[in-house]
Design a protein around this ligand. Structure first.
Ligand code: SF4
Length: 379
C-alpha cells in the first residue's frame, strides 16, 4: 500500500533522558529519541498507543528534532552538570521512533549524535531494525575502539514472510542478519532483541528454533527475549485488523491471553509458557540471554556493576522457573549514593541482602564478576 510520509521539523526542549536507575537490559543510564513516530510502521509497535502522545498518523507522520544536536551538546557538557555523568552505555534508539528510519538518510541526526558521543568519550549502545546503521560502521568502529559500542537489532523472528506482514517498512530479517555479520567482522558486538515475539505466530517452537539458529550462525553476542503487549485503543485496533487479514483463525486465541490489562500485558501464564520455550531452544546454542559481563565490566562503576549482575541473576533464575531474592537487593543498591564497597561488613543491613547475596556482592567487588552468575549466563 502506498503511504505518503509527512515529516514535521520540531524544536525539542530536551533530548537526553536520564534513568532513575541503570537499565540492566541495555546496561544504560541514558537514552534519547531523535525522532517521534516511525515509518517502519511495525504493526505491533506500542509507539502507536495513546499513552505515548505521538502526534499524527503513526507509521506515516514523523517529527524530527532538528535542534537535537545543539541541545545534546549542552546536556552533555560536564560544566553544566551538578553531578558527574554516570559511566554507562548511552542508548541511541528504541522508544517511539527508530533512529535509523528512512528520515535519517536526509537528516543524519543519529550520525551527528554518534560523532558527539565519540567526542565526549561515551560508550554507545544502538538499537535499531534498520540496515542503514551500516552507513556509520566507520564511526561505530572508532567508538568501539575508544570506549565500546554495541549494536542491537530487534526482530520478531527471522522469517522474511512473517516480517513482511508485521514489519512492512523494515529491511528484511535476512538483510538485518547480513548487517550483523558485517558489524561483527569489524569487531563490533551485536545483540538480538527478540522482542516482541508475536503470539501464536513467532513464539512457536519451530519459528523460535529457526530464529535462534540464524542468530547463532551470524555469531550474535547475546539474545534478549520478550513477549508482546497490546494496549487497548489505537495499538490494539491496528494490530487486530492486520491479524484478521492474515491470521483470522488466531483472533479467538488472542482474547484468551489479552484481557484488558492497563499496560497491555498478556496473562502471566502465557509469558511463562513462551519463556519456557525460549529457554529450551536458546540453551541448545549457549547464547547469553543478557548482555554478557565482558561487554560492560570495564564500563560501569562498582554499584551499577553489582546492580546489573544481580538483576541478570534474578532473570536467569526465573527463566529456569526458580525463585530469586536478587531484585530486592539490586534495587536497594541502586539507591545508594556512596560506593557499595564502603558497606562491606554491613551489607546485610540493606533490604533484600541475605548471606548468599552478600557473598555474591563481595565476589563481584573483589573479582569484577560472580562465578555463579557467569555459570548460569553461559549455561
Ligand atoms: S522500528 Fe521500532 S519504533 Fe519503529 S515502528 Fe517498528 S517497533 Fe516501532
Amino acid at each position: 500500500m502506498f503511504r505518503v510520509v509527512a515529516i514535521k521539523e520540531i524544536q525539542a526542549k530536551s533530548v537526553l533522558r536520564k534513568r532513575k536507575k541503570i537499565d540492566s537490559w541495555f546496561v544504560s543510564c541514558y537514552g534519547m529519541n531523535l525522532y517521534r513516530g516511525c515509518t517502519h510502521n511495525c504493526v505491533y509497535c506500542d509507539g502507536r498507543a495513546e499513552g505515548y502522545y505521538v502526534e499524527g498518523e503513526f507509521g506515516t507522520d514523523v517529527e524530527v528534532k532538528v535542534n537535537a544536536l545543539e541541545i545534546l551538546a549542552r546536556e552533555l557538557d560536564p560544566k553544566r552538570k551538578r553531578l558527574p555523568f554516570k559511566s554507562s552505555y548511552v542508548m541511541v534508539g528504541g522508544g517511539v521512533g527508530d533512529s535509523y528510519q528512512p528520515a535519517e538518510k536526509t537528516y543524519e541526526l543519529t550520525r551527528k549524535t554518534l560523532e558527539l558521543l565519540y567526542e565526549k568519550k561515551f560508550p554507545v549502545h544502538v538499537l535499531t531494525k534498520s540496515t542503514l546503521v551500516e552507513r556509520d560502521i566507520d564511526l561505530l568502529k572508532t567508538i568501539n575502539e575508544q570506549n565500546r559500542a554495541i549494536v542491537s537489532f530487534s526482530f520478531s523472528s527471522t522469517n522474511n514472510d512473517i516480517s513482511a506482514i508485521f514489519e512492512p517498512g523494515v529491511p528484511s530479517p535476512t538483510e538485518r542478519l547480513q548487517t550483523i555479520q558485517r558489524l561483527r567482522k569489524e569487531g563490533i558486538a551485536c545483540g538480538m532483541f527478540l522482542l516482541p515475539v508475536i503470539p501464536f505466530v513467532t513464539d512457536v517452537p519451530s519459528v523460535l528454533q529457526e530464529t535462534i539458529k540464524d542468530a547463532h550462525d551470524v555469531g550474535i553476542d547475546f539474545i534478549i527475549f520478550g513477549g508482546m503487549t497490546l494496549k487497548e485503543g489505537r495499538q490494539q485496533h491496528y494490530f487486530l485488523n492486520t491479524l484478521q487479514q492474515h491470521y483470522p483463525e488466531l483472533l479467538v486465541d488472542y482474547t484468551h491471553i489479552y484481557k484488558g490489562d492497563a499496560w497491555g500485558n498478556a496473562i502471566d501464564s502465557y509469558y511463562q509458557s513462551i519463556n519456557k520455550t525460549f529457554y529450551t531452544v536458546v540453551r541448545q546454542y549457549h547464547i547469553p540471554v543478557r548482555i554478557p559481563p565482558r561487554l560492560y565490566v570495564d564500563v560501569l562503576d562498582e554499584n551499577d556493576r553489582v546492580v546489573v549482575m544481580l538483576e541478570h541473576l534474578d532473570y536467569l533464575l526465573k527463566l529456569r522457573g526458580q525463585s530469586s531474592p536478587y531484585s530486592y537487593a539490586a534495587y536497594a543498591i541502586s539507591q545508594l549514593t556512596t560506593p557499595v564497597s564502603e558497606r562491606v561488613g554491613r551489607l546485610q543491613e540493606l533490604k533484600g541482602v541475605g548471606e548468599a547475596t552478600e557473598r555474591i556482592i563481595k565476589e563481584i567487588l573483589e573479582t569484577g564478576t560472580s562465578s555463579y552468575y557467569e555459570q548460569l549466563l553461559n549455561a
